[in-house]
Design a protein around this ligand. Structure first.
Ligand SMILES: [Zn+2]
Length: 169
């Protein structure tokens, strides 16, 4: 089932998500639906927060569904180490049409639980590192708008206000 993706302006996007306490059937269904939703929207990452579920969980697939090995579920993720910094253009399914240059770590080592409740550690670089940092931000109620200068933020917010007025948001 394709879920509705919350757009910027919805207060839930700015709330901190709670840890997942139980990996049950309901959570498995949510994850399946999130993958379907993310692929339909042509995204590479999606946080539960973005579909209105304030739980610390996100999915990622930098291959866009082409490589099953790139399909990740991160439950209760935490960043262990980060290294370097890369400024790159970033988009967000909750901010459609908005692209901002955001600084993110070049390399991240993160740990999380998988769908079986087992802890795993993964090292990600470049695009995947950008994605992990972006999605963990969502779980903390942070949007990429908070990661750019006030001038760039104002510019993006003005563009969004115009889209809202035009009924296109
Ligand atoms: Zn996003």
């Amino acid at each position: 089932m394709i879920l509705d993706i919350l757009k910027y302006g919805d207060p839930r996007l700015e709330q901190k998500a709670d840890p997942v306490a139980d990996i049950n059937g309901q959570l498995k269904e949510l994850v399946e639906n999130m993958f379907e939703t993310m692929y339909a929207a042509q995204g590479i990452g999606l946080a539960a927060t973005q579909v209105g579920v304030l739980k610390r969980l996100f999915i990622m697939d930098c291959s866009g569904g082409k490589d099953p090995e790139d399909r990740y579920v991160f439950i209760n993720p935490r960043i262990i180490t980060t290294e370097g910094e890369v400024v790159g253009e970033e988009g967000c399914l909750s901010l459609p049409g908005i692209y901002l240059k955001v600084a993110r770590p070049q390399r991240i080592v993160a740990a999380a639980l998988d769908m079986e409740g087992r802890e795993f550690t993964v090292e990600v670089t470049d695009l995947a590192a950008r994605c992990v940092a972006h999605e963990i931000d969502h779980l903390d109620g942070q949007l990429m708008l908070n990661r750019v200068s006030p001038i760039k933020r104002d510019f993006a917010q003005r563009k969004i206000r115009k889209l809202v007025k035009a009924g296109q948001w």
